[in-house]
Write a protein that binds this ligand. Structure first.
Ligand code: HEM
Length: 415
């Protein structure tokens, strides 16, 4: 590709691009899917450390799925974000999300043992009961500020119940987990230095909570995930505090913001498409496909990056060993060649091979079933209780990683 061709390429790396809402970004991604599905992009000006190299942007479903499933060639150990993060912060913050096989395989196996479908099933009754109370309160108030009064409550409760975090520590955990993911937004941090400070302090807070809880679990084993992990072994050794802390940070961040933003987006999607809400309230058997369609349209995680360990060709473009490739789930989830009438929110869509939880492969979201259980519980109760939904103007998070809603008013009319 010549320098001229590169400079004419639509830019999806700059702060200016990511300061716009997803609806404004969409035509640029559509153009790239059509004309340059694998395009070279300038270094991002978003990172916590200056980034010197550019990256390949993958915008089609096919290449996102291909790269997700080739962990032999596309590795996570050098970072998974579009902007660079200091290497010593990586594992502190993201644990096995930023590891590669065989280390990733071994640690994920240990964690999965604490995270079984049986454990999710045991949590299910509690999740449904909690969702009922959250929705009832919201409906009885006629609505409110969606993020604070509705979306944030169930994910925080669920993760804390799973890990056995006492009430007294929950608001610190929530603020620190939020700070990890909100640091790109100028409302919270002005420059790269402030972003790094915010992320480090948040990681320290979460590691501090983890260390206190783990030490208590070593003395008295409980029935939570942390108790299982504290008494598990990796290569014949107990997990170190550093590893346990990293897992705790990963769960606190991955498990909170994603499900929270999906719920906020769902309210807006149903408010903008009242016929789809009517359909769901009349036809509860559509709940499973509705949840998948909300996940596709919300795409709460915008991208993940990999680094190539060998020369490889993608859509006719040579990716050289050492190059960074970024999988834009936000674009793959509206790929017209995979999703007919892709811009339409259609709760009956089936099949719906969205990549909101990743494109498959070894890093596929470990919490997908837990997230679906929470979303089903919330939407089921909303469908039972709510006749109509109106939302006000959303205030979107500035981020190239999380498709977030910071605040949004909503009015609901009870049935
Ligand atoms: C709507 C909610 C959620 C979405 C959209 C989501 C999305 C994702 C995505 C895109 C990945 C990376 C996949 C890849 O690289 O191939 C991921 C990984 C992960 N997610 Fe989720 N997630 C959600 C909820 C959760 C929940 C509730 C948890 C619970 C703790 C969780 C835990 C994880 C973990 C531990 C990983 C790392 C897996 C690995 O690297 O092996 N996620 N998630």
């Amino acid at each position: 590709m010549s320098d001229g061709e590169r400079s004419a390429m639509p830019n999806v790396s700059s702060f200016a691009f990511w300061s716009q809402p997803a609806s404004v970004r969409a035509p640029t991604f559509a153009e790239l899917r059509r004309s340059a599905p694998v395009s070279f992009q300038e270094p991002s000006d978003f990172g916590m450390v200056p980034s010197e190299r550019g990256f390949w942007a993958l915008t089609r479903h096919e290449e996102v799925v291909c790269v997700s499933r080739r962990a032999d060639v596309f590795r996570s150990g050098q970072g998974v974000g579009l902007g660079d993060v200091p290497i010593d912060l990586l594992e502190l913050n993201a644990s096995f999300l930023v590891m590669d096989p065989p280390r990733h395989t071994a640690l994920r196996r240990v964690v999965s043992g604490a995270f079984t479908p049986k454990r999710v099933a045991l949590l299910q009754a509690g999740i449904e009961e909690k969702a009922r109370r959250i929705v009832d309160e919201f409906v009885e108030s006629g609505g409110g500020e969606v993020v604070q009064d509705l979306s944030s409550k169930l994910p925080l409760w669920t993760i804390c119940e799973m890990m056995g975090v006492p009430e007294s520590m929950r608001s610190d955990l929530y603020s620190a987990a939020e700070a990890q993911l909100a640091s790109q937004d100028p409302e919270f941090a002005g420059d790269a230095q402030e972003r790094a400070t915010m992320a480090v302090q948040a990681a320290q807070t979460l590691h501090g909570i983890a260390a206190e809880l783990c030490s208590a679990r070593r003395a008295h084993r409980g029935d939570d995930v942390l108790s299982t992990l504290v008494h598990s072994e990796l290569d014949g050794q107990p997990l170190s505090d550093q590893i346990l802390g990293g897992i705790f940070v990963l769960f606190s961040t991955a498990g909170n913001d994603t499900t929270k933003n999906t719920t906020s987006h769902a309210l807006k999607l149903f408010a903008d498409n009242p016929a789809q809400w009517r359909l769901l309230t009349n036809e509860s058997s559509l709940m499973a496909t509705a949840v998948e369609e909300v996940l596709r349209c919300a795409t709460p995680v915008i991208h993940f990056r990999r680094t190539a360990t060998a020369d490889v060709t993608l859509a006719g473009t040579l990716i050289a060993e050492g190059d960074a490739v970024v999988m834009f789930y936000e674009s793959a989830n509206v790929d017209e060649t995979v999703f007919p009438d892709a811009q339409r929110f259609d709760i009956t869509r089936n099949p719906n091979p969205h990549v909101a939880f990743g494109g498959g492969g070894v890093h596929f979201c470990l919490g997908a079933n837990l997230a679906r259980t929470q979303l089903r519980a919330l939407f089921s109760r909303l469908a039972e209780r709510v006749w109509s939904i109106e939302t006000g103007k959303p205030d979107f998070l500035v981020s190239n990683f999380i498709n977030g809603i910071k605040r949004m008013p909503a009015r609901v009319i009870a049935r």
